[in-house]
Design a binder for this molecule. Sequence first.
Ligand code: SAH
Length: 636
Amino acid sequence: MIGLISATAAGAVARDRLAAAWPGRTRVYDGPVREAVGRAFAECDQLVCFLATGAVVRLVAPLLSDKASDPGVVCVDEAQRHAVSLVGGHGGGANALALAVSGVLGCAPVVTTATDATGIPGLDTLGWPVEGATAAVTRAILDGAPVTLEADAVWPLPPLPGNVAPAGTSAGTTTRVAPGASAAGGGAPGAEPAVSLAEAAAIASVPVGGLPGAMAATVAAGVVAEAAVAEAAEKRSPDAPAVVRVSDRVLDLGEREVVLRPPSLVVGVGASKGAPADEVSGLIEETLAEAGLSVRSVAALATVDAKAEEAGIVEAAARLGVPLRTYAAEELARIDVPNPSGAPLAAVGTPSVAEAAALVGGGELLVPKRKSAPEGRVAMATCAVVRKEPRGRLAVVGLGPGARDLLTPRARDEIRRASVLVGLDQYVDQIRDLLRPGTRVLESGLGAEEERARTAVAEARAGHAVALIGSGDAGVYAMASPALAEASDDIDVVGVPGVTAALAAAAILGAPLGHDHVSISLSDLHTPWEVIERRVRAAAEADIVVTFYNPRSRGRDWQLPKALSILAEHREPTTPVGVVRNASRPDGTSRLTTIAALDPATVDMMTVVVVGNTAAREIAGRMVTPRGYRWQTEGS
Ligand code: SAH
């Protein structure tokens, strides 16, 4: 719930606009602002205060306790010019909220957390639990100081700047963090470090008592104020090397160390009917602690289908905040385990529940089956712990037809989430500015599809987070199929749809795809012409609107006229045809013509050609394919 607090009439108007835009998500807190802020702070996940930042700083300061649990606070000024992420930028979601509020009210978001400003992912935004000296290590990363990465395995982490390197590799240790994307491919040596922003990180990390004043200075100036920089400089920590560890083991952390907890462990659980949740949870926690494993690396609990509703197990999973995976007894019975037993075989039909359920899909059995040991009664729970191999991540991302605002937010996020980017050089150019420092870019020229697909899959199989990019939609005459034809089930694959050329062109032409339509590529490079011709003929006979991709190139000029002549056997010469070149790009053009009048010379490889069906019309200079005769008459 988002609490809304205002003091003035103008504030109340803005507040009501936000409340109307987000029904069910917001709650208005009336009355004296001190009391309203207090109540909202206690009851809500986030606050939007239509008050001066100074006032909010004073009101909120005494209420702050911990950045992991404090609500995120956003301030909107009287004139609604700025939405300031004031407190809880990452953990409280205030940065995202400031952006969302700006979207509704039309103001400018103000985000001052250093990692967002420099394009480096905050350690606390990776989606994994992080423990230790987060602020100090973040600051070292931003400073461009050498930071050692000690990972137990290759995990699909987002890109880390060049100064964050595995122990023993000096590569990049002198590389400065370049704000923005110019460091793509390993960092731009010599680029100025984001000193002032690094100091801002230090400010954000000072204890609560020191927070409000310094933050207010940062916000008020819009950039880091001189005084704040000076204050941060005094707080410089000694030069112990900073370390980022990635491990599921319980570790003694040094003063300048953090550990990221990867989701590497699966705990198999068995329980007799009615086993108390405390017994199940207690067993899991004790088992992990004794094995020196972090409970925060538990990715899931696993058990047999018959126990899917067992309250103690369900509750134990809920307490850990992880899913409960269940498997059929027959599947578990097939898994080789060190400690099979007769009891579960009789009860649920498999000689092992805990060990077998944890071992589904493979992994290393770190802790064999253990029983709970409740005092004075028989044990009701068992558990076993398995460590899973990390799975790499392959995102297949469509960039859209060219215009930046037709690249979806999800595509943007996936591009910035990946530490390895694979794509055709001209597509990489399209989004180079979005890349985070440290992204490894593997680009190749036209025609190397198979190689790109293989490279992307191989990088993902090595455990990395990979984005394979393509224009339009990456699944339409593009990289998704060759890549997924290569990929095995040991990687995670995420598809991000993009606006394909047919849709981008249709939006320019009018409404040519209003009824059944098909896309046909006229490239006979990989498909024999007979197959293409058969499909064109089928579309012609079935009276389907056709979008031709790859319609014509210098060496391939007879295919388009031939395809049009096949369509003309079933459609009037006056049937509208839309020719769109470079849709959504600055030099984009479009023209509306007819089957008879189309001049093939106006068509090249940057073009799609949309041919209407027999019902398609040109209306007011636009191409319109009616939804259908019956619908048009009945619906009007
Ligand atoms: N995956 C892409 C298509 C790749 S095939 C997509 O979904 O759009 C390449 C063909 O797509 C080009 O020959 C051209 O016919 C078409 N195309 C791609 N982008 C285009 C654009 N911006 N404008 C017009 N046609 C485009």
